[in-house]
Ligand binder design. Sequence first.
Ligand SMILES: *Cc1c(COP(=O)(O)O)cnc(C)c1O
Length: 377
Amino acid sequence: MHQIQLVDLRTQYHKIKKEIDEAVLNVLDSTMFIGGPEVNAFSEELAKYLNVKHVIPCANGTDALQIALMAIDAQPGDEILTPSFTYIATAEVIALLQLKPVFVEVDPKTFTIDVEDARQKITDRTKAIIPVHLYGQCAQMDDVMDLAKEHDIKVIEDTAQAIGSSFTSKDGSKHMAGCIGDIGTTSFFPSKNLGCYGDGGAMMTNDDELADKLKKIANHGQRVRYYHDMIGCNSRLDAIQAAILRVKLRHFDTYLQARNQAAAYYDAAFSKVDALEVPFRANYSDHGFHQYTLKLKKGMDRDGLIEYLKENDIPANIYYPVPVHLQKGYAQYGWKDGDMPITEELTAQVFSLPMHTELEQAQLDHIIEHVIKFIEA
Ligand SMILES: *Cc1c(COP(=O)(O)O)cnc(C)c1O
């Protein structure tokens, strides 16, 4: 058995080494490092894969969120609804732009935004809602879109963990994650479901005008060089990363399948264990399993479990140990312990097991055996 890793990028690379090396060497030889044909081709290929009109690449998933908020003209003091149970980036860009993050509870089963709670928190300053497709599964986007329409607010989908997942609407139509709201954002951080070998990100939209604006903002507010129509920033996907992503996009469906197979194998073992809640599968979304996250029964020793797994060469992690509304850096917004019971409970009880495209059965068996051994001891 090979050593178990949370994410095994090396084994994956070695399987496609020839394709990747050739793609990277081609860029080196072209010396087109910024922009150019690889970046354009990748954007077009991803747009085709997602069945969306525009994919605008940028430097990372955090920038994608920031540029999206800039593109909808959010003004200082405007309120942005977003779950507290997310990676910090989602809230960080809101704060950075001097907007006001308004934290929303999550559904206790899906761990994605509780739209009823969002509804309660809408005011006349609410500008947008940012649902997060956490761990690889879509938020209930029918409800999000209904709420947004009712109150005329924008929807930015944080798709960093769920690129490639699809959402089935009430009317039966299927849509790729990130392509339902006004703008979708994603990250190509190496460990993400579609990861490059450095930093990268993108924004998706079906709106021509927004696409134009997103592109402009990511490029110093200019369409014509040295003529700056607005204040923008500098956020680009470089050509080496784009070339790598083009290769990985060709394998992407296989990768998603591998993640789902590993998840199904975990599910089969853990659904029999009383003290564990396996990931809930919403009937309106498929699951990209960016993380395989279990909920441990209240009162069980999560730290002890993670320590025990470590001793047995099994890395496990907690996404996320502290909800955003209780982070020290966010104290200025005035939230306190007890404001979000479901989110707070999840941060105390969830843990994630190794999940990637290269998990071997012997590794899965080893992980399962030790999780169960600890729990039943
Ligand atoms: C990874 C991630 C981001 C940020 O992506 P970076 O490329 O690391 O900037 C944003 N939101 C969520 C939910 C993420 O998981």
